[in-house]
Structures are given as structure tokens and as C-alpha cells.
Design a protein around this ligand. Structure first.
Ligand SMILES: Nc1ncnc2c1ncn2[C@@H]1O[C@H](COP(=O)(O)OP(=O)(O)O)[C@@H](O)[C@H]1O
Ligand SMILES: [Mg+2]
Length: 283
């Protein structure tokens, strides 16, 4: 371990002793349809600390988006509690901002800058148009979109639209930035670029982010901590420390080994099921 990673590790243990900013405590979330009761997550627990890059990792259907909906205040747990800074979440609020995968999350009739100033003024961040303008320009510069402030979303590439959504989310300075597979619809190169830029932004301001992905590689690049979830219903398989791995280690032996370990962990039950099924079929 070199000096740099040691410092990171030290900081980590220091923040670990502090109270978590977000507590997800034994949370069961369900959807009730006319015919079915779907348990999306079952007794899921985790703590997010200030400046964590906390990743929810798991295959499609393991309840990642549902957990974000619960944290955002759009769904209430049927069991357990979600607390932000010690207070139970009851409603949506500007202290939790969501960035989605979809490119159409921006208001199409507003420019890049207006998308951000609108959020700032409506989210109660500031009532001053001049201040909203200044904050918007600061974050437009941070996400490398200077010169595009007066452009409308339809003129932007997918990656640029996601940058605007990230700038808007960060400009709100939420307690936790919620990101639901924000790079999943991007091509591989743009995706890698965006992952790097997100880490640079984090180096800059050390914001707290809860990042959802189904990609093990992305989880290891982006995350400082990773919660591994399994589906039907969504349950916690493991919680891992990943703050020493990033895009610089992609392809290295240690990165590959951790990637394989998580892969095995995610698919262990399925392999077992397949083996049992295979035996059944042999009979
Ligand atoms: N609006 C909904 N109504 C009913 N069931 C839903 C709804 N949204 C998600 N689900 C179910 O809840 C489970 C978790 O879904 P989701 O949170 O979207 O998973 P993920 O984001 O990990 O792919 C899945 O079984 C899914 O089919
Ligand atoms: Mg999802």
C-alpha cells in the first residue's frame, strides 16, 4: 500500500466513526398491484457516510431503483426505516436529488443554464436570479460545458445531456446525490470518460453520492464502498471496501480478482440452481 492509499484508508476509518448521513435500516419495499404483492427489497440495511461514493450493485430486478425511490421519498418502507441526518424520510426534498439514466430528464424547452437555474429557484436553493445564474455557470464549467450554456438539450449528445443532469444535481448541493445507472445508456468510451469526470468532480468537492449500477467494473471504478445485492427479493449479499480501485487499475490482476470474486458472489446461487436443474434433467 503506498502513502496515498494509506491516507485514504485513514480518512475512511475516521469518517466511519462519525454518524452516517444516510441510514437504511432493515428496509422492505413492496409494490401492490391488483393481482400481486411484489417484494422489491427485503430487510436491506446499509449506512452511507459523508463523502462516500456508495454503490448499489446487482443484476436487474434486485431493487436498486426501488431503494433510490424509497430514499428519494417516493415510496414508504413496509418494514424498517430510512433516515437522513437522523430524521426519518417522509417526503421528497431538495436534500436528495436524483440523476437518471434517461437522456430526456432535462426540460427540453429550457437551455442548459435555464435547466439548472430553474432547479435552483424551484428547489428553494436561491430566490435571486443573479445568484442562480452564478451557481449555474460555476457548475456548467465544472462539468466542462462552458460555451453550451445557451444551448437547448436536443442539440446535445447523450454524454453532454448527462453532464447537464449531473451539474444540475450537484448545483443543488444535496446531502446525497442519487444516481440511477446514469451512464448505462452511453457508449463505452463516453461512459469511461464520464466515470473519470465524476471522480474528478468528487476530488473537487467530496460530495456524497449513492450510485446504482449493474456493472461490476463500473462499481469498482466509481465506488468507495459497494453493496452487493441479489434479486427476488432484493437482499444484501455483501458490503465491500473499494476505495483503492479505480479506472487506473482496470485490467490489473487485483482488479480482475476482485471483479471475479464479486461475479462469483452474485451468481453463486444461480450456478447452484443450474447444477440442481442439470441433475434433475439427467434423471
Ligand atoms: N412499478 C412497479 N410495479 C410493480 N413491480 C415493480 C415496479 N417497479 C419495479 N417492480 C419490481 O420490483 C423489483 C425490483 O425492481 P427495480 O427496483 O426496478 O430493480 P433494479 O433497479 O435493480 O433493476 C422487480 O421485481 C420489479 O419487477
Ligand atoms: Mg433500476
Amino acid at each position: 500500500m503506498d502513502a496515498k492509499t494509506e491516507t485514504v484508508a485513514d480518512n475512511k476509518s475516521a469518517t466511519d466513526t462519525a454518524k452516517p448521513i444516510l441510514e437504511v435500516d432493515g428496509v422492505t419495499l413492496q409494490y401492490k398491484t391488483k393481482e400481486h404483492l411484489i417484494t422489491a427489497t427485503y430487510r436491506v440495511s446499509f449506512d452511507v457516510h459523508r463523502a462516500d461514493r456508495f454503490v448499489l450493485l446487482g443484476p436487474s430486478g434486485c431493487g436498486k431503483s426501488t431503494l433510490l425511490k424509497g430514499i428519494a421519498g417516493y415510496m414508504k418502507p413496509v418494514e424498517g426505516a430510512i433516515r437522513l441526518k437522523g430524521r426519518e424520510i417522509s417526503d421528497p426534498g431538495p436534500d436528495r436529488v436524483m440523476v437518471f439514466q434517461e437522456f430526456d430528464q432535462l426540460l427540453p424547452w429550457k437551455t442548459v443554464k435555464q435547466n439548472i437555474t430553474f432547479a435552483l429557484q424551484n428547489g428553494g436553493k436561491t430566490s435571486s436570479a443573479a445568484e442562480a445564474n452564478d451557481i449555474a455557470m460555476e457548475y456548467i464549467q465544472k462539468v466542462k460545458l462552458s460555451g453550451f450554456e445557451d444551448t437547448f438539450p436536443h442539440m446535445l449528445s447523450g454524454g453532454m445531456k448527462q453532464r447537464v443532469a449531473i451539474a444540475r444535481g450537484m448545483a443543488m448541493e444535496p446531502d446525497v446525490l442519487l444516481m440511477d445507472e446514469p451512464f448505462a445508456a452511453l457508449d463505452a468510451l463516453t461512459r469511461l470518460q464520464m466515470q473519470k469526470e465524476l471522480l474528478q468532480l468528487w476530488e473537487d468537492t467530496h460530495f456524497t453520492v449513492l450510485f446504482v449500477t449493474h456493472s461490476i467494473e463500473e462499481a469498482l471504478i466509481v465506488g468507495s464502498r459497494i453493496l452487493v445485492l441479489s434479486p427476488h427479493p432484493g437482499q444484501v449479499k455483501a458490503e465491500l471496501n473499494a476505495h483503492t480501485l479505480n479506472h487506473e487499475n482496470v485490467g490489473s490482476k487485483v482488479f480482475a480478482r476482485v471483479q471475479q470474486r464479486i461475479h462469483d458472489m452474485l451468481f453463486a446461487d444461480r450456478i447452484l440452481e443450474d447444477e440442481i436443474l442439470g441433475e434433475e434433467l439427467d434423471k
